[in-house]
Design a protein around this ligand. Structure first.
Ligand code: ADP
Ligand code: MG
Length: 700
């Protein structure tokens, strides 16, 4: 069987060298097995005929049987088309073609019995089918009594007649040639428990279903299997890591924490913050090394949670650090942590690339002798000269900006691996987090501190720019600051830069000095120039910040209350959400204005509508995941989404994923090494739950 499946695709009857090249290039199909796991993305029901009187325009594809009663050529120019009235005695429907006006009436004359297949729509209040498939019911083989699978193809493949139907024929040849049944990849007890069909049935039914029920069962079995082995693999690694790496036990909650909580905390923690603190404390006391992802929208109070966790580390005699992706972010953390701890006997220092040598030296020394408790900084923390006396707790902000290797170097600075808290403001939907960071535990702050005014978001067309500028003037007059953001897409960096330059000029004209000062930040500037420009804005010396997406992460200017996003339709949803999160940080009402032209794709419109409708980052992330698939979700690019899923969809198969996760958890809890006889088959297949997955835990 394996031999058969590993054969080069060119040896499949009906393929040959030329088609094999195409299949390889266009669909990455190299072997029989690759073709076999090229699953249909839907199927069409050719098993029943509808009566025209039953048809409505919201039906998917339908099949009817009847006669053409007459042809007509209508319209002019691009609207020119051939129409035919078609009847089955119960009603009439119109068939429409925009090409083929000549050969269609010749091949399908008036009065001849025909089968019509296509998607019904309504045009000028008449039901019609555009470019229907027509078949002669006398030809037996064309009208199948079964469901027909539909495979996605490419234009290039279609040009060479490798249509969905052709792929289906190849699949039939492949299945016909199978030398045996498929060997089962899950134990009988599990199939029985979850009522799943066996692999052999599933593989055959997924391509050639006998009924829609059979198709669905085959699909469920294959999706479950795919997701299950990924989860099993993740959980096995995680268990293994927990056994190999011990964590420092932080037993006491001592003076630092208590003093802070009692005397320095200026407000009540939110319920979500309390919940997360409990989760973290449980980890710290468990003897395992904590690896936790803390997700929470901008402004939800993650930094405070990080700070209190660091205080617990300090109470237990350890040092802590925060690593941020940019100098500005590190400075902001330093400022807010120092402010929170003001008056307490805890030493905090800042270490970034721009800190002078003379200042660095005493920091290095204090780290080594243990008199420095909290170090906050950028990549500078990773350098070899930076040595801790006993690092016990590491906070990493906005993790996707750091490479895996960089973090590994930080890990190595301690004898026992420090506890790690990774904070991100890029919400990742649960289903995705479960898979991508399946070996991290996930905490979520899903509640904003009280009294925040939700940001008001509007969508405005470019033609209304003057009104938008008028609004902006009023806000500036009231003492606020504003961001105006232009898109930056790698492939056309030059053009976008031009957009920004033109925009900058027109903004300077509309907001002239000396009344208004405008900062600009874009990717072509040197880091130091960027930094200076940002600082002007942070300090309030400039009123408007014109920028590309470089300002996306982290900058905190509470006085900035207006965010204008140009060509907003060109941004992804999570990026829009990140940008919007730059405002709404102060006490004033904040506004986000999404600018676009009139011409919007359906998806572009959905993105803008979603932004206007909700401020909830998780809801937005879910929509994003459904729209784009996991490969494009912000924050996952660096992990490269190691999963090339063949049949399951992380955005749509959340329930199956949950079932897969729960099932894998039960199995691993009972039998972490998969040694029991009943789990033998898992041990054999667990590797396919992805060999090249990045392990976020073991990276030292
Ligand atoms: P994040 O890091 O999640 O973006 P921060 O920790 O920077 O959020 O918090 C944003 C602001 O909200 C800060 O000014 C912080 O002091 C304040 N804040 C945090 N927690 C609370 C709370 N429970 N109640 C009121 N304000 C809070
Ligand atoms: Mg923050």
């Amino acid at each position: 069987m394996q031999q058969y499946l590993q054969q080069d695709i060119q040896f499949l009857p009906g393929v040959g060298p030329k088609r094999a090249d195409l299949l390889r290039q266009e669909l990455q199909i190299n072997t029989f097995e690759d073709l076999l796991t090229y699953y249909p993305f839907r199927y069409v029901d050719r098993s029943r005929f509808y009566r025209i009187s039953e048809i409505t325009s919201d039906m998917p594809q339908i099949q009817i049987r009847g006669k053409i009663v007459g042809y007509a050529a209508v319209g002019k120019g691009r609207g020119k088309r051939l129409t035919a009235d078609f009847t089955d005695g119960s009603g009439q429907i119109q068939l429409v073609w925009f090409k083929g006006a000549k050969w269609i009436p010749e091949n399908y004359p008036v009065g001849k019995e025909l089968v019509v297949f296509g998607k019904p729509t309504v045009y000028q209040r008449k039901l019609n089918v555009v470019h229907p498939e027509l078949e002669d019911p006398g030809k037996k083989h064309v009208v199948s009594s079964k469901l027909q699978s539909v495979y996605s193809t490419t234009e290039k493949l279609k040009d060479r007649y490798l249509t969905s139907k052709a792929i289906s024929k190849l699949m039939a040849n492949l299945v016909k040639g199978l030398p045996a049944r498929f060997e089962e990849t899950m134990p009988a007890w599990l199939l029985q428990k979850l009522n799943l069909v066996n692999l052999d049935t599933a593989m055959r039914q997924i391509h050639f279903p006998d009924s829609s029920g059979q198709y669905k069962r085959a699909e469920l079995r294959l999706k479950f299997e795919e997701l299950f082995y990924i989860q099993l693999n993740i959980l096995q690694n995680k268990t293994d890591r927990n056994r190999r790496f011990k964590g420092n036990v932080f037993e006491t909650v001592g003076d630092s924490f208590n003093t802070f909580y009692r005397d320095h905390l200026p407000f009540e923690l939110t319920g979500a913050q309390k919940k997360v603190m409990k989760e973290i404390r449980r980890d710290m006391g468990s003897g395992r090394q904590m690896n936790r992802l803390l997700q929470g929208d901008v402004g939800s109070g993650k930094t405070l949670v990080a700070l209190m966790s660091m205080l617990i580390a300090i109470d237990n005699g350890f040092q802590a650090c925060i690593m941020a992706p940019t100098e500005i972010l590190a400075q902001q953390h330093f400022k807010s942590v120092s402010k929170f701890l003001h008056g307490m006997d805890i030493r905090v220092e800042l270490l970034t690339g721009s800190v002078k040598k003379t200042v660095r030296k005493p920091i290095h020394e204090a780290l080594l002798d243990g008199s420095l408790h909290i170090l906050i900084g950028t990549h500078a923390l990773i350098e070899d000269v930076v040595q801790f006396k006993n690092l016990g707790f590491v906070v990493i902000d906005e993790q996707h900006r750091f490479g895996v290797a960089q973090r590994a170097r930080l890990w190595k600075k301690a004898d026992v691996l420090p506890h790690v808290l990774v904070m991100t403001a890029t919400p990742i939907p649960r289903t995705l987090a479960m898979t991508l960071y399946g070996d991290l535990d996930v905490s979520v702050i899903d509640e904003l501190p009280p009294g925040r005014k939700p940001i008001i978001t509007r969508h405005s067309f470019d033609s209304k720019r003057l009104m938008v500028f008028g609004f902006l003037k009023k806000q500036l007059a009231a003492g606020r600051q504003a961001y105006i953001v232009y898109p930056l897409i790698k492939e056309s960096e030059f053009m976008d830069y031009k957009d920004l330059e033109d925009g900058y000029e027109s903004i300077c004209r509309a907001f002239p000095p000396p009344d208004y000062q405008v900062s600009v930040v874009h990717g072509k500037m040197k880091p130091e120039e960027k930094e200076i420009s940002m600082q002007h804005f942070v300090a309030g010396r400039t009123h408007i910040m014109v920028a590309t997406t470089v300002i996306e992460v982290g900058v905190d200017v509470p006085n900035a209350s207006v965010m204008i996003i140009e060509s907003a339709e060109r941004f992804g949803l999570s990026q829009l959400h990140q940008l919007r999160g730059r405002v709404g940080r102060g006490t004033e009402q904040s506004h986000c204005i999404l600018m676009s032209g009139y011409k919007l794709s359906q998806e572009g419109k959905l993105r803008l509508d979603t932004m206007v409708r909700t401020n909830d980052g998780f809801e937005i992330a879910e929509v994003d995941l459904k729209l784009r698939g996991p490969g494009n979700i912000e924050g996952t690019q660096q992990s490269g989404v190691p999963f090339n899923l063949k049949i399951a969809h992380l955005g749509r198969d959340g329930q199956i994923l949950q079932l897969a996760r729960d099932t894998a958890e039960l199995i691993i809890t009972e039998d972490p090494d998969l040694k029991l006889e009943k789990n033998f088959i898992f041990a054999k297949h667990v590797k396919k739950g992805n060999p090249n997955r990045i392990d976020w835990g073991i990276i030292s």
